[in-house]
Design a protein around this ligand. Structure first.
Ligand SMILES: Cc1ncc(COP(=O)(O)O)c(C=O)c1O
Length: 408
């Protein structure tokens, strides 16, 4: 079991008092997570002890920087159970990882008229790169509908696999708005049977549950460090080795080359082929500490803690007059809970909550088509993580009742 009160002590920012003088109540981990002291220390330690560029230097501090970034790569390999470290590509964020697949794999393997199948609940990061490819080379983009119960319509999925014969299915492992967790393993199996590859957008799932790429058999997985206790400016693409080996490079420059002559170049081996230029060294090094932290807790315990707290949050939120939750009330769901309050704009809700030290997000959460689907311009979202507890839910509900009285 996770002791969130003890965990809280490891997060310096969460010791701060909010505008109302109480401890800050952070419920926006879906946007970015807070960082434990060990991750902050790892950043400082790198700059104080072994700041040097990687891969090039043959002096001790450069060798140490290279060793520690590669050690993080190995930790990520184990964390998602990839077969090899070379299958882990460092990117800037999950968005860049998806763009890498669209631009590199997409342009090399898709032609006008080919279909890429997404879902209605995707983040813009898993929509726009494919729209750009549609504009550039004429692929078709189709969508798995979301039901009125906030689940992926699996019958429609089966139909679309048959009727459109997509070359790639690209779906989120957890909706950042609804909290819905689709049956990814089953979807991958069916996509493969229909001849399609599968990309999982793991930005919201890898931080919150155990994700095993070999068990799921996904072909690509994209996720970001900053949503799982790590620094900003670092993300990851996992890809099966054979696929990555066959793909052309995404960006060109130093570090991704084998040889360069006047007028020609050859590529480096994986993973460097996809890592042009000086990487985010401090971020890569310190992310190792984030993985250590999560592994010590255990991802099954992380998931269970959030499952229980989310169920508690939903129960308490439903007692608030005029509050409507957009997402499944139970079953396979994660810890993002979005809602509207009758007659109050979500921005006003978030603003008033903020003035009481409760940090939530309001808007379309980079999922405009999903909000259009449910005919709301915006929602307010509370998203939970390991450092949240029942006291946070009480604070949220008290602040929402205050909003209700103010506007009611
Ligand atoms: C489901 C989902 N996919 C992709 C992203 C993009 O992540 P990043 O901005 O770190 O690239 C997010 C960010 O909120 C997300 O929630």
């Amino acid at each position: 079991m996770i002791d969130s009160t003890k965990i809280l002590q490891d997060f310096p920012l969460l010791q701060q008092a909010g505008p109302d003088g109480k401890r800050i109540c952070y419920l926006d981990s879906g946007a970015t997570s807070q960082k434990p002291q060990s991750v902050i220390d790892a950043v400082t330690n790198y700059y104080e002890q072994f700041n040097a560029n990687v891969h090039r230097g043959i002096y001790p501090i450069s060798e140490r920087a290279t060793k520690e970034t590669e050690s993080t790569r190995n930790k990520i390999r184990d964390f998602i159970h990839a077969a090899a470290s070379s299958e882990i590509i460092f990117t800037r964020n999950a968005t860049e990882a998806i763009n890498l697949v669209a631009r590199s794999w997409g342009e090399a393997n898709l032609k006008a008229g080919d279909t890429v199948l997404l879902s209605e609940m995707e983040h813009h990061s898993n929509l726009v790169p494919w729209y750009m490819l549609a504009e550039k080379i004429g692929i078709k983009v189709e969508f798995i509908p979301v039901t009125d119960e906030f689940l992926l319509d699996m019958d429609a999925y089966h139909q679309l696999l048959k009727s459109r014969a997509p070359k790639l299915v690209s779906v989120t492992g957890m909706s950042n708005v609804l909290g819905t967790v689709p049956p990814i393993k089953e979807m991958v199996r069916e996509a493969h049977a229909a001849g399609a590859l599968f990309l999982m957008d793991g930005a919201q799932s890898v931080p919150h549950m155990s994700v095993d790429v070999q068990d799921l058999d996904v072909d690509f997985l994209a996720f970001s460090a900053h949503k799982m206790l790590g620094p900003t400016g670092l993300g990851f693409l996992y890809g099966k080795k054979a696929l990555l080996n066959a793909m052309p490079p995404f960006l060109g420059g130093g570090d991704m080359i084998g040889k360069v002559h006047l007028g020609s170049f050859t590529c480096a081996e994986l993973p460097n082929k996809f890592e042009a230029g000086t990487p985010s060294i401090a971020e890569e090094v310190s992310f190792g500490a984030a993985i250590d932290y999560l592994r010590l807790l255990g991802m099954d315990a992380v998931y269970e803690h959030e499952r229980q707290l989310t169920a508690y949050a939903i129960e308490k939120l439903r007692e608030i007059p005029g509050l409507k939750i957009f997402g499944p009330l139970e079953g396979a769901r994660g810890s993002a809970v979005s809602f509207t309050l009758d007659y109050v704009h979500p921005h006003d809700v978030a603003d008033i909550l903020g003035s009481r030290g409760v940090c939530v997000r309001a808007g379309h959460h980079c999922a405009m088509p999903l909000h259009e689907r449910f005919r709301v311009p915006a929602t307010t979202r509370a998203s939970l993580y390991i450092y949240n507890n029942e006291e946070d839910i009480t604070r949220l509900c008290e602040a929402l009742l205050y909003v209700y009285k103010l506007f009611g």
